[in-house]
Design a binder for this molecule. Sequence first.
Ligand code: AMP
Length: 208
Amino acid sequence: MNIVLIGAPLSGKGTQAKHISETYNLKHISTGDMFREIALKDSELGREVKKYMDRAMFVPDSLTMQILKERLKEKDCQSGVLLDGFPRTVFQAEQLQTLLNVDVAIYLKVKLEVLLERVKWRFVCPKCKTIYTITDGITVNCSLCGESLIKRSDDTEEKVRFRFDEFQSQTKPVVDFYMKSDKLFLVNAGKSIKRVSDKIDNKLRSMR
Ligand code: AMP
């Protein structure tokens, strides 16, 4: 089974992606994580990718496709993938069709106001990428690997607004793209993590 997970920044994509990939034994491919890793490298490609990410802009389609295409050829992707943060443009969605069959596109729909509230409390482990919602003001380390939690550089109110607008203009058409081909599954992602994952589980179990 191949799944595409679509959602604005902070819609809960990362959290649900972890749940889905573990439950259904799919390789979790996050283009955001791939780009963050590339951007850390002191190379021409690293500097190029970092330039876009620092401005919270999309990495150009041609470069994104080139990197994803190579990744999907690897052995661990052959028995099913969960794509998180990809496709983000209609061009990417069209190109993806030539690479694999998408069984379902899950769209985590959430309002901007909810995202702006979430960003205040979101932290991430730089090592294992686990996302935390810290409201107690006490937790500072990852409970899984002990690393100090950090704020992602694009997790500011201003950048969330910018990324949300970009989502609306560029990625919303991807939602329509999958709706037309009858592959879209819409979930209200303003609800709790558990309610969202229960909805997704019901859908995925019905497809088995
Ligand atoms: P994410 O962690 O999914 O929010 O992605 C973080 C950043 O990586 C985005 O703001 C973009 O700069 C870049 N990125 C991730 N996925 C894509 C994609 N499919 N197309 C273009 N840029 C992407």
